[in-house]
Design a protein around this ligand. Sequence first.
Ligand code: SF4
Length: 124
Amino acid sequence: MNDKPGLIMCVCTGKCPGFEKMDVWDFINRVRVELPVEYGFIHPQLCEEDGDRFLADMLQSRRKLIVAGCAPNMQIKMFRDAFADAGMDIKTDLVPLDVRDMTLEQAFEKVEKALETMGVSADE
Ligand code: SF4
């Protein structure tokens, strides 16, 4: 498995007030350009049926994923089956970050810290 995780920002359809404090496009562009992630992108609603199908395809790569979106316990509940079906361990292969009601700077720092905790650096 490649060491750099992918990062998905899930924006809850794009209409959720929880993401109104930041420009999600500026956030994802800063993350993918400035932080050591393999890639970063925005998904509209990961916990819907098409999100399940998307995750099933995505996890074929067996790459760790950071999901910036709602509460970790909600993410773990919603994505447990997809990770199990892909033979991945949700406890170690998913890094769920709650970035609701955060400014871009706060969310960016949260991702930066998570990458540090994972031991991922820009040199890899
Ligand atoms: S996974 Fe979380 S952030 Fe994404 S659509 Fe579902 S509830 Fe919203």
